[in-house]
Write a protein that binds this ligand. Sequence first.
Ligand code: SF4
Length: 315
Amino acid sequence: MNLSTQQALQHCTVCPRNCGADRISGKVGFCGAGTLPKVALVSAHQWEEPPISGTRGSGTVFFSHCNLRCVFCQNHDISQENFGAEISIERLTEIFLEQQSRGLHNINLVSASHFIPQIAEALENAKAQGLSIPVVYNSNGYESLDGLRMLDGLVDVYLPDFKYWDDTLAVQYSKVPHYAETAAAAILEMRRQTKADIFDENGIMEKGLILRHLVLPGHYKDSFRVLDWIRENLGKDAYVSLLNQYTPMYHATEFRNLSRRLTTFEYDKVTEYFLEIGLTNGFVQKRSAATSEYTPLFDLSGVKSAATFQIRKEN
Ligand code: SF4
């Protein structure tokens, strides 16, 4: 672990929670993450947006822990119950290079904000060793500007959520204060870093920004406000993925609105509003996406090196 990674973790303000925890000394903050990166699954993901998954799949690396507490989290096994294995920064570097050698379109860092310093170090090492495919940063939107600046020049494509406009919903459903203003500032920083949206000849995004918004049952008018912000601040050509996949999972059934799936009426209202305010680049999902079948099975595949498995077998 290099000096700048250690320094960032000694008084952790890597994400907007600003806990100040000394993770190097074994203390943990809100996210519960330690010093080493913790990973639950390394896979080839086929179900991201077409410019991300393409035909060969996206090289996802799913990180454990999270700085939000979404009551409907479909990945709660790893985000809230923290399943995963701690690995060294050297192993994370190897994983990035292995994903490239599998012929996948990109490296896709899923929920990584609490491991930004370690990831930045691993990306620098991997790039020095030949990593050349785009790096996608797949985020819940709750990012600090200091954290994002550590990724400047290392990440090619940002894929942030913009989950809520109304902070009451953000606090109630994700236990996060000031979500909208924090996500808005983070997204503008992501736009500053990536500048323009660039695709290769096969339509795979090489550089740019795609915003994701999960439409929640009972709250489609909150989606309107999120789209208004996008239109006003990123322009009509911003790429927006409107997710229809909401499924009541985890603690969602404790909340009246979240206990059911989204209706076609609600989703159509949001897609119609998207067009009405002049946005032009949207991705939509079929209703059949609203099933837990699309939740990955977190089984540590690809996390440990072949050598480690060999040692385990011999034991
Ligand atoms: S990354 Fe974790 S420890 Fe650091 S500020 Fe965020 S929640 Fe706190």
